[in-house]
Design a protein around this ligand. Sequence first.
Ligand code: SF4
Length: 102
Amino acid sequence: MAKSPGLVEKTSEESVEKKWVNLMIKSAKKYHKLCPYYDKKTIQCLLMATVEGRAGKCDRDGKYDGCPIFTKFLEKLYKHYTMNKKTLPRDFQDVVNQIYIV
Ligand code: SF4
């Protein structure tokens, strides 16, 4: 059965998004051993309010590789950039302080 053009387009866009998210995670590892949104003193996740709409603690000890909150933040950021027709950053340091724009 042939796929509808809309489905192909969506799949391709999803893979571009996934590639960019993976690029940002790889780039983040160059700069951050622990999640930059992890508050060591309070164990709070500083992204939780932006991503989930509620404050919360990090239950991963700041290990962001594979963290669903960190990944969702990057996915939201990707949508923000593409919807506003902005150039996607290639380096995580260019997005690290953009917690408030998504
Ligand atoms: S939950 Fe994820 S995004 Fe939040 S501080 Fe922990 S590792 Fe970072």
